[in-house]
Design a protein around this ligand. Structure first.
Ligand code: HAM
Length: 412
């Protein structure tokens, strides 16, 4: 006998069965509602990009994780690992026409060849919020505030998460004060971002290989103990504005937040669950030079990416149950084929009135119909038998209260 094929989704890629979709919709609905509430305009783009646009500076983890291939015309293409280069490309193309500042949002499917750990897959959806054309710290406040709003819409409370913030500008200032020249800063950022993921000894070796003296390395690690942001005007402003915006209690200063992407230039932030069990819920920051790097004019920018994987794990842990399936669905069934058309007409009429109807596809006994109507979150049931057709009237049963209301069967 021939062996049966048994296909699995490729490792790290995701199937969404209806129960998974219920979670995904809950998360996406909150993303969309929070984006709209804060005045962000939706946009979208192609998943496949030219590799050249996505190729990264040495040292950035995401650079090694890009899925790339050649098409039949030998173009070097890639699946996007994040949305930011694509956004920069789109904005650069219309930079003369757009009226800045712009606030754009999207939910982008992204691919990264990740080492699979809790909260990390090779495919994820990432909600992006970006503001381009403003150098005000109010832009940071708006994106962080909208992300916190999304968390609240999903049912989380202030105590469930913390947004850890720092500033690369401030870190640069501290490094320079310790005698570490600015040309070393980009590699210091990328090395320090690896703290917690690799031993400090290895990070120190990386820094020495990059040309830092042992004294510089010691000074760099000492900076990681800084607890005050009093010398950073932008961080002071951020905390003051967050107070006015009503979410200061969700923010904490943490000099060790650096971010693994080299395009950030100023304030950077990452949100974690309060217990610290999961990877980052969202992360972002200011990136004022990205457009020039891809051929556009310089423009200040700030944004964040908020993945669906970690937050869904957190929601499952907190709420357990899958979110309720579609509400207010009426199940319509019929006893013999002679009542089939009458059932189809009821479905048509209820649907044209805006109702949601799940029409059964074959005749069935009442017992079987009512057993099914008890599962799957139905609110109402209409079952049509020969007597109902003869009387020209059937009953709509409210499955919660058992109340029945007559419903007319139209002749045509
Ligand atoms: P990122 O920190 O690389 O930033 O990703 C943002 C978020 O996407 C993470 O905090 C996490 O929720 C989710 N994420 C990333 N990789 C994975 C993965 N392999 N599996 C599951 N979730 C993942 C960026 O991508 C920036 N482009 C964000 C940004 C937008 N900065 C400015 N604008």
């Amino acid at each position: 006998m021939a062996e049966k094929n048994s296909f699995e989704a490729p490792r790290g890629m995701r199937d969404f069965y209806p129960a998974d979709m219920a979670w995904r919709n809950k998360v996406f609905d909150a993303f969309r509602a929070a984006g709209e509430a804060a005045g962000f305009q939706p946009y979208d783009a192609c998943v496949v990009e030219s590799y050249e646009l996505l190729a990264r500076k040495a040292g950035e983890e995401v650079g090694e994780q890009i899925y790339h291939f050649q098409d039949k015309s030998e173009r070097h293409l890639a699946l996007r690992a994040e949305m930011t280069p694509t956004l920069a490309r789109m904005v650069a193309k219309r930079q003369k026409e757009l009226s800045f500042p712009i606030k754009w949002t999207t939910i982008a499917q992204c691919f990264r060849y990740e080492r699979m750990t809790k909260g990390r897959k090779r495919e994820h959806y990432q909600w992006n919020l970006d503001i381009l054309g403003s150098d005000s710290v109010l832009a940071e406040v708006e994106v962080i505030g909208a992300a916190i709003d999304a968390l609240k819409r999903m049912g989380l409370e202030t105590g469930d998460f913390k947004v850890r913030v720092s500033s690369r500008k401030y870190l640069s200032q501290l490094l320079e004060k310790s005698g570490i020249a600015p040309e070393f800063h980009p590699q210091v950022f990328l090395a320090l971002d690896k703290r917690g993921k690799m031993p400090d000894g290895e990070i120190a070796a990386m820094l020495r290989d990059g040309g830092l003296s042992q004294a510089d390395v010691d000074a760099t690690f000492a900076i990681m103990d800084v607890k005050s942001y009093e010398d950073s005007p932008e961080l002071k402003e951020l905390f003051a504005l967050a107070e006015v915006a009503g979410f200061a209690d969700s923010l904490v200063f943490d000099i060790s937040v650096i971010r693994g992407l080299s395009y950030y230039t100023g304030i950077v932030f990452e949100c974690f669950d309060a217990k610290g069990e999961f990877r980052a819920i969202f992360g972002g920051g200011r990136y004022d030079n990205l457009l020039t790097a891809i051929g556009g004019d310089k423009i200040p920018a700030v944004g964040l990416g908020f993945g669906d994987v970690v937050i869904t794990e957190i929601l499952k842990e907190k709420f357990g149950e899958a979110p309720a399936a579609q509400k207010d669905v009426t199940i319509v069934g019929f006893m013999t084929d002679a009542e089939r058309d009458a059932a189809l007409k009821v479905a048509r009429s209820l649907r044209s009135g805006g109702g949601r109807v799940d029409l059964m596809l074959s005749a069935q006994k009442p017992k079987k119909f009512f057993a099914r109507s008890g599962q799957g979150g139905y609110a109402f049931a209409v079952f049509i038998g020969p007597d109902d057709v003869a009387a020209g009237c059937a009953k709509m049963k409210n499955l919660a209260t058992r109340e029945e209301t007559p419903i007319c069967l139209t002749k045509n």
